[in-house]
Ligand binder design. Structure first.
Ligand code: NAP
Length: 554
């Protein structure tokens, strides 16, 4: 067997012969590159933006902030990094996270292998040379033994498809691709379309600036308070003193971060009296964040149990929002709480008490068009100077399918996934040798602390590449059988929960025509890691391993 061609290109060179191409310079691409370097392999990262950061590079809308606490939403691979970096708030803001990512890129000298402002258009497997050819929009091609998609789960913004948008005389924006120079809405009549996490974070800030704000809501979402605050120095000291253990527990946890013991329960909600349940929810509500859904063990599995949590949030909305009609319209009734991504906010519901904020329910009176002067619903026209579209992403598969990926025999991923994504472990796809997807569909990804899942995948891939080299294996490909079994398992686990009952972006339900399949693996980060480790320990069980034919020189 011959080796998979390590080190054929120097790291700085623009040689067209690389060990690996990585697509995307977000948190995943950067760490993957760092790991490749550690193996002495040559790699190049292609990045569409002119800077690092991925989703944190593009999503610069007002109020953008992570909903996982900053001490946990950070890399764990370097103890010096995690000890030296100082977060300033309990939940880090987008600018701070972007500073952190830039710091990491500089600290580990990663930029020299990143080609910015270069969108990848196609990746084609060559059966004869056993290599990928990656073509960019600059019409430049490189070949690599491995192609690693670090393209992110929320990186293709859903375009606003409203009739008449091109006639609008004002300015319009997408939260997922916000102008770098920022936007000042002072003195303006602003419309926000959408009420998902992005809208819920930006609405309170825009309301403070704008003369008038209209929020066009089709479906309300559940939101819990962040209770964001400056980071408590005592908490920071404690975490840093025990970081290694905290990280280990996070890796073994269900969601990739630790829910404090006093917030977590495995007991069924209905085993308690109404007063006991209220007290349990209230304690978590006053602490803020996702803890609310850890109050009882069956909130994701039993609709009856979940209804008790939903009723608690409805009460909080009624308590906060002065106008009972507005409170009612803001109260989600169409999905169990948590089955669409729970939003984490600062003053979201209270914002509707402001005189300059109007909630427009576009469920009974849909948006018909954007007009030169504003937005037309079936009930009337709203005069607007600016419109903010916070309408979400073609999540998890959008970016992969925007690239023309062709595997063995020239088969297109777009065809293979026409009925929805199918992947082995969310990391590899049958028919697409030497292709890896970091946090791909079928892995915990968006149902976890992303950075924990990113590190796990990048480590697994790096260890795999090292092993292939050691073993003299040139080609690795998931078998159809292993993939089918895994997809079945992903579906089985999802079916034990309430998740598939919601028309969420996890299901692809937010994109017209997208197949409805529950995409992430919900069995838990710790269990998933164990499965991946077992696959590796068993000599990459479920993969076909092939030696490069002696005649084919890469
Ligand atoms: P989203 O959750 O998909 O929300 C999109 C919103 O736009 C929904 O309210 C949707 O209403 C509405 N919408 C879409 N098309 C519409 C149309 N044609 N007419 C009227 N309304 C329309 O998108 P997002 O807010 O960008 O959030 C996506 C995910 O990104 C989040 O779930 C979260 O995972 C992540 N995120 C995280 C953070 C954070 O860390 N704090 C912040 C932002 C985003 P319908 O429900 O009726 O379709």
């Amino acid at each position: 067997m011959s080796t998979p061609n390590p080190g054929t290109a120097s790291r700085n060179s623009h040689s067209t012969q690389l060990d690996a191409v990585i697509v995307g310079a977000g948190l995943a691409g950067l760490y993957m590159l760092h790991r490749l370097r550690g193996l002495g392999m040559s790699g190049r990262v292609f990045e569409a933006g002119d800077g690092v950061g991925g989703t944190w590079f593009w999503n610069r809308y007002p109020g953008a902030r992570c909903d996982i606490e900053s001490m946990d939403y950070s890399y764990s691979f370097s103890d010096e990094l995690q000890q030296e970096w100082q977060w300033t708030e309990r939940y880090a803001s987008q600018p701070e996270i972007l500073r952190y990512i830039n710091h990491v890129a500089d600290r580990f000298d990663l930029r020299r292998d990143i080609q910015f402002e270069t969108r990848v258009e196609a990746a084609t497997w060559d059966d004869a040379t056993h290599r990928w050819t990656i073509r960019t929009e600059r019409d430049e091609s490189v070949t690599a033994t491995f192609c690693i998609m670090a393209t992110g789960c929320l990186s293709t913004v859903q375009p606003p498809r409203f009739a008449g948008l091109e006639t609008f005389q004002g300015r319009w924006y997408k939260t997922g691709n916000w102008p770098h120079e920022g936007v000042d809405f002072s003195g303006q009549r602003v419309g926000v379309v959408g009420t998902g996490s992005s809208a819920i974070q930006s609405i309170p800030i825009i309301a403070q600036q704008a003369e008038q704000l209209f929020v066009f809501q089709r479906t309300p979402n559940f939101s819990v308070p962040a209770h964001n605050a400056p980071l408590d120095p005592e908490h920071e000291r404690e975490v840093k003193a025990n970081y290694a253990e905290r990280r280990r527990l996070s890796r073994e946890s269900r969601s990739g971060y630790i829910v404090p013991l006093d917030e977590r329960s495995t007991q069924p909600a209905l085993d308690f009296t109404l007063d006991e349940r209220q007290a349990a929810y209230a304690a978590r509500w006053s602490r803020g964040g996702f803890g609310l859904l850890a109050a009882f063990g069956d909130l994701y599995a039993s609709k009856e149990a979940n209804d008790t949590a939903a009723a608690f949030v409805h009460e909080r909305i009624r308590e906060t929002v002065h106008d009972p009609v507005v409170a009612e319209v803001l109260s989600p009734k169409d999905h169990p709480v948590g089955t669409k991504r729970l939003c984490v906010d600062t003053d979201y519901y209270a914002t509707y008490n402001r005189d300059n904020v109007t909630l427009v329910d576009v469920r009974p009176a849909p948006i018909e068009a954007i007009t030169p002067g504003g937005l037309q619903t079936s009930e009337g026209e709203y005069a607007l100077d600016s419109i903010v579209f916070a309408i979400g992403f073609d999540a998890m598969t959008g970016t992969l399918l925007n690239i023309d990926i062709r595997g063995a025999g020239g088969v297109a991923l777009r065809d293979t996934w026409a009925e929805g994504p199918r992947s082995y472990l969310g990391i590899a796809i049958a028919g697409f040798p030497n292709l890896f997807t970091i946090t791909g569909p079928g892995s915990p990804s968006v149902l976890s602390n992303m950075i924990v899942s990113i590190e796990q995948h990048a480590d697994w891939i790096a260890d795999c590449l090292a092993w292939l080299r050691e073993q003299g294996v040139a080609q690795i490909e998931a078998t159809l059988d292993a993939q089918d079994t895994w997809v079945e398992r992903v579906n089985e686990v999802a079916a034990t929960t309430l998740y598939p009952t919601a028309g969420s972006w996890y299901m692809g339900a937010n994109i017209p025509g997208k197949p409805r399949i529950f995409m992430p693996y919900i069995g838990g980060v710790g269990k998933y890691r164990q499965t991946c480790d077992e696959v590796a320990a068993n000599g990459y069980e479920g993969f076909t391993l092939t030696a490069l034919p002696a005649t084919a020189t890469p």
